[in-house]
Design a protein around this ligand. Structure first.
Ligand code: NAD
Length: 260
């Protein structure tokens, strides 16, 4: 029996086939979830519509989370197709490129700080606010974080602060809506070469470093992140909420092997 059969899940954040959200959609589709998708802007519309076909979905709706009214409109439109649903994957992050290159104190700006937090953290709770009455009991919400939330990682800069805020958001939302039987978690993923990651200076070096230090001696794939996401959004994970789960090959527990 497929462990997501009968579940309707909305997936945000597909930009292309390399996106973590694409790996999540693959895993959820394999487990027989019914999927709907959002796209950020008209440039991505056709591409996301075509990718949605890989998952037998023709529910593809616009949503640029930098505009609160887009989020409201998204759920008004979705409610005409799905009266109720069972899961939301928030796989959205953004920081202006100049914030992801150089010394943190020198590069951070108020404008960059604000936009990074709005898109990468506030948008998650903003979506939950708008859709919570549409969520069935036993629904699950999921977002994507990174270790830069708790360690100072070169060039990750203000995005690390936004991920710390996002992880706190997960705990507060979990506490706020847990009584409805709805769970909320984050996956802290190891580095994967995607469009968003390409904006971080020296990302290739970061991948090489991971391969040397990680217990598994390799980076993780979007399929592996997808499988964990499918589990967390299923009833198999019914006792797990408010958590940040690492899918990073164990990097977060590693000693720096090569220095010892
Ligand atoms: P990606 O570029 O494929 O996906 C990022 C998505 O965010 C895109 O689909 C983009 O359209 C969307 N987005 C950005 N601004 C938006 C806005 N204003 N409104 C709506 N959507 C918007 O890259 P990805 O690596 O798959 O990123 C997905 C998530 O995973 C992000 O939160 C990222 O921080 C997180 N993450 C990535 C890595 C990595 O190494 N790639 C590691 C850990 C966590």
């Amino acid at each position: 029996m497929s462990f997501l059969s009968g579940k309707r899940i909305l997936i945000t954040g597909i930009a292309n086939k390399l996106s973590i959200a694409y790996g999540i959609a693959q895993a959820m589709h394999k487990q027989k979830a019914e999927l709907a998708f959002t796209y950020q802007n008209n440039k991505l519309k056709n591409r996301v519509e075509n990718l949605a076909k890989h998952f037998n979905s023709d529910i593809v709706l616009p949503c640029d989370v930098s505009h609160n009214n887009n989020i409201q409109l998204l759920f008004v439109t979705l409610s005409k197709i799905w009266n109720k649903f069972d899961g939301l994957v928030h796989s959205i992050g953004f920081a202006p490129k100049n914030e992801l290159n150089g010394d943190y104190v020198d590069t951070v700006t108020y404008k960059g700080f604000k936009i990074t937090h709005k898109i990468s953290s506030y948008s998650f709770v903003s979506m939950v606010k708008e859709c919570k009455t549409m969520l069935n009991p036993n629904s699950a919400l999921l977002t994507l974080s990174y270790l830069g939330s708790e360690r100072a990682i070169p060039n990750y800069n203000v995005m690390g602060l936004a991920k710390a805020s996002l992880e706190a958001n997960v705990r507060y939302i979990a506490n706020s809506i847990g009584h409805k039987g709805i769970r909320v978690n984050a996956i802290s993923a190891g580095p994967v070469r995607t469009l968003a990651a390409s904006g971080i200076k020296n990302f290739r070096k970061m991948l090489e470093c991971y391969k040397r230090i990680t217990p598994l001696r390799r980076t993780v794939t979007i399929e592996e992140i997808g499988n964990s996401a499918a589990f967390l959004c299923s009833d198999l994970a019914s006792g797990i909420t408010g958590q940040t789960i690492y899918v990073d090959g164990g990097f977060n527990i590693a000693t720096i092997n090569e220095l010892l």
